[in-house]
Design a protein around this ligand. Structure first.
Ligand SMILES: C[S@@+](CC[C@H](N)C(=O)[O-])C[C@H]1O[C@@H](n2cnc3c(N)ncnc32)[C@H](O)[C@@H]1O
Length: 441
């Protein structure tokens, strides 16, 4: 429940409002953020930072309470989602007028003129041409279907839903470049993963049953009505708290974040074999954030090292923690088990390096945070324990606390509390997700 501001209560604002504009499987629950804001005594007017902001859960929760916020994410899709979800100064009349125009424009192509059975055989180009001749629609598709298909995971979306989605995308891109257009794009991205594609989530992204057709028109239209409802509901929270989102690397956040941060609530990647870029790959392509493999590589290079797919030859964050015996011991144990098993693939050889690079990277983030947090400010860092590398246990929160102590960093370790447990699919063992709470001295 949002807290009262300016004498208004926001009772009609549902907990899921705004958050649902776009969510992803890695998001933490909004009540977790709410709990820590309460625990830390964060009141309206304070400033909270989330250096791994993902889809903006922390920022949206702060904004609902009149708390200013700053978010960083290295993934352009999630940074975009966080930015759009915190741009609340939208002129509602313009939003509704342009939404209605957009839907009217794409309706003939998506619904009326092309019965599903007829369209199945059509390629994207056929569909566009057909639309042009029969509905007077001028196509301005910026990317051809072939280029797009090559970057999307195989089977992630069937040809017909893809064609329909591209028609909607093209019409949205014809709109003026502004916050309203961004809202439309985010709604399409959310519809893409939540009904148009064949993707399933939990805990990994996977390709599920092929969906031959999808009602792109209805899915988009429903999402845009929810956006309208939420925009109306937040009117009572005006004037809105400020929010800023940077698409950048948290390991160098002092380059763009100012001092005076009152609290940090965040959930960085965990050291496991999850390729964080795969989870949002479809949206990355749809929103035009990557056009080729080179773009993807550059993006991975900005990410904290947490899996073998984003370890690069030149990486050397490991040097910051290679003198810490608890971390060294884990890396050595992983290497010992690998040799014992004769596991020799390129990926397996990198497992121990992931651990060193991960904690080295997190050390850098903690160093940066200490410079922007005010004295007495607290940080809640949500991380999961892991056993992805030959089942060697990695107690992430405890090891981060070890790094803080070993490096004599200016934080008091207030708590390491369990937030939830989940069952690991491979080992069937319970694995904890914990919150490391630090206080800046
Ligand atoms: C566990 S998710 C955070 C989810 C977020 N709490 C939410 O509710 O959506 C971790 C995020 O860290 C981001 N990330 C990874 N490396 C990063 C880096 N070096 N700098 C900033 N963000 C990074 C990933 O793109 C991902 O969105």
């Amino acid at each position: 429940m949002a807290t009262p501001r300016n004498g208004n209560t926001a009772n009609h604002l549902e907990d899921a409002a705004i958050h649902n504009w776009y969510r992803f499987v890695l998001a933490f629950p909004d009540h977790l953020v709410a709990n820590y804001l309460d625990k830390f005594g964060i009141e309206r007017g304070a400033t909270v930072l989330d250096p791994f902001v993902g889809t903006g859960t922390t920022l949206v929760e702060c904004k609902k309470r009149g708390v200013h916020s700053v978010g960083i994410d290295a993934n352009p899709v999630t940074a975009f989602a966080s930015r759009v979800k915190t741009q609340w100064d939208i002129d509602l009349d313009s939003f509704c007028r342009r939404r209605d125009e957009l839907l009217k424009r794409i309706r003939p192509a998506l619904l009326e003129m092309l019965p599903a059975g007829q369209m199945v055989q059509l390629s994207f180009e056929d569909l566009t041409r057909l639309r042009e001749t029969r509905s007077g629609y001028e196509s301005t598709a910026r990317t051809t279907s072939d280029e797009i298909v090559a970057l999307i995971p195989k089977g992630a979306i069937s040809p017909l839903p893809l064609s329909k989605m591209m028609i909607a995308r093209s019409a949205i891109l014809d709109q003026p470049t502004d916050d309203i257009r961004d809202l439309f794009l985010l709604a399409l991205a959310a519809a893409a993963v939540g009904g148009i594609s064949n993707l399933g989530f939990g805990p990994e992204v996977y390709v599920s049953k092929q969906r031959e057709d999808a009602d792109v028109y209805q899915l988009l239209s429903d999402r845009l009505s929810h956006v309208e409802t939420d925009l109306r509901a937040i009117e009572s929270l005006k004037p809105f708290a400020r929010s800023q989102v940077f698409c950048d690397d948290a390991r160098k956040l002092t380059e763009f974040v100012n001092t005076g941060i009152d609290a940090v609530v965040t959930s960085p990647p965990y050291p496991n074999e999850k390729d964080y870029t795969r989870i949002t790959r479809l949206e990355m392509v749809l929103l035009g954030f990557i056009r080729d493999k080179k773009d993807l590589r550059q993006l991975k290079n900005r990410l904290l090292r947490s899996n073998t797919r984003n370890i690069f030859v030149k990486d050397d964050d490991a040097r910051y923690v290679s003198d810490i015996s608890d971390i060294r011991a884990i890396a050595d144990e992983i290497e010992r088990r690998r040799t014992e098993k004769g596991a020799d693939s390129g990926f397996e050889r990198l497992y121990h390096r992931v651990v060193l690079e991960y904690f080295g990277g997190m050390y850098r983030v903690l160093r940066e945070l200490e410079q922007v947090m005010r004295r007495g400010a607290q940080a809640a860092i949500v991380v999961g324990d892991q056993m992805s590398f030959f089942q060697v246990p990695i107690r992430t929160a405890e090891l981060l606390a070890v790094v803080v102590k070993a490096k004599g960093m200016p934080y008091d370790i207030i708590d390491i509390e369990e937030f939830r447990t989940r069952r690991a699919t491979a080992t069937r063992k319970n694995i904890s997700e914990t919150v490391l709470v630090l206080k800046k001295k």
